[in-house]
Design a protein around this ligand. Structure first.
Ligand SMILES: Nc1ncnc2c1ncn2[C@@H]1O[C@H](COP(=O)(O)OP(=O)(O)OP(=O)(O)O)[C@@H](O)[C@H]1O
Ligand SMILES: [Mg+2]
Length: 381
């Protein structure tokens, strides 16, 4: 099948860094992209064939935007799914499908889905408010999660003992058993309309030794072949049981006895796949494009070991961006810097990332650490 040079228009809800890197891939295929984002200065501004400023949560805005597109996808889950359902009923292709988006954007529904479908996940109880969490004190140590609108760890609260109960969320959420995991890994899978299915090799999230923050991402994950196969099988099982078209990042815990449990999924390109731009035969962004446009999927294999570092706004700086250490970092081979073009930096805001590639795993961690210490996102004011 020839891919027509005048291909259908792809509409993307959200114009942040994920949309921006999707556009970078789309340019190679002369694939037009329209973007909707509430922020007039979003990272995709000026880069798409059409950039519309508007709410992703408003029915009329999302519907009107989608009406002008042929295929609609997302780079964020919190969007108006009712409008997407109407667009789908009217014949637009919406991937990931709206009902799957509704399920995923509510962690309560997501966990129930795993339970119903026999997908291994930490035990949990649904809670409607703080009083109910307190009532289940015997379930601690646990993690209290908000049902909706949590991201980047906001909306997640570890409750180790009764003394922590005061931190419980007073909103619908869930209480999940605290897993004493050995590693956190992620496997990205993609599926197109034709049913082709691929899985990326597992990546490992390395935590800061003291702060509870993901500091680096390493590919491949240092796990046994057995665990890697189990993780791939589970990730494929999730996308198949969802019946989803598009790309799906599956975050998992590997327990100390080698069990693999699904934490949560993201139905879009994800932070855990940024290294694929340089380190894999097909980047997650190109794969997302291929899957939602129903093109043949690309080879997901790793070309070389890689590390990914998030460039977060330095604490204590808010305002126009100043990047420190860029030239020094570029003087090292195998270092690729991605700046997202956000106008204003704030403490811990995701401002960019760096991928470090290497021929061997040896020395990669040290090199990533060195680069992390070199590049700082500060502000000129
Ligand atoms: N049941 C659990 N046991 C132990 N740690 C957990 C558990 N659930 C979550 N965590 C820790 O909290 C982190 C954030 O949780 P989760 O991924 O559910 O939230 P999130 O807000 O969607 O985060 P992000 O957007 O960064 O993925 C996890 O990456 C993990 O380190
Ligand atoms: Mg997560």
């Amino acid at each position: 099948m020839a891919i027509p040079s005048q291909s259908p228009i792809l509409g993307v809800l959200g114009g942040g860094q994920l949309g921006r890197m999707l556009i970078q891939s789309a340019i190679n295929y002369n694939q037009d992209i329209h973007i909707l984002d509430p922020d007039p200065n979003a990272p995709c501004k000026d880069l798409s064939q059409r950039f519309t400023v508007g709410s992703l949560k408003d029915f009329d805005t999302v519907y009107a935007f989608g009406h002008g597109c042929d295929v609609i996808t997302v780079e964020i889950e919190s969007v108006n799914t009712e409008a997407l359902e109407k667009l789908q009923r009217e014949g637009k292709k919406v991937y990931p499908q709206p009902d799957i988006l509704s399920l995923i954007k509510d962690k309560r529904k997501q966990k129930q889905f795993y339970q119903l479908n026999g997908i291994p996940t930490a035990d949990f109880i649904l809670t409607s408010d703080k009083a109910e969490v307190i009532h289940h004190a015997d379930f601690l140590p646990a993690v209290n999660k908000l049902g909706k609108e949590g991201y980047d760890g906001r909306g997640v609260q570890v409750l180790r003992s009764e003394a922590d109960l005061d931190k419980a969320f007073d909103a619908p959420g869930l209480l999940e058993k605290l897993i004493d995991f050995d590693k956190e890994i992620a496997v990205t899978v993609a599926r197109n309309e034709a049913g082709d299915l691929i899985a990326y090799p597992a990546v490992e999230c390395a935590f800061h030794p003291t702060a509870n923050l993901v500091e680096f991402l390493f590919a491949p994950a240092e796990i046994s072949k057995e665990v890697a196969e189990k993780a791939e099988e589970i990730a494929k099982d999730v996308i198949l049981k969802l019946g989803m078209v598009g790309i799906l990042a599956v975050e998992m815990f590997v327990t100390k006895d080698g069990e693999v449990l699904v934490n949560e999924v993201a139905p879009r390109p994800h932070n855990s796949g940024h290294h694929t731009i340089e380190a894999n035969y097909t980047s997650q962004f190109e794969q997302h494009l291929r899957s939602v446009m129903n093109w043949p999927l690309g080879n997901p294999d790793l070309r070389c070991p890689a590390a990914m570092i998030n460039l977060l706004g330095e604490n204590g700086f808010t305002g126009p961006v100043l990047v420190e250490g860029q030239e020094e970092a570029l003087a090292e081979q195998g270092v690729y810097i991605h700046l997202y073009g956000k106008k204003i930096t704030k403490p811990f805001r995701k401002m960019g990332h760096v991928t470090v590639v290497s021929d061997t795993v040896a020395g990669l961690k040290e090199k990533a650490q060195r680069i992390k210490e070199l590049i700082k996102i500060k502000s000129i004011s």
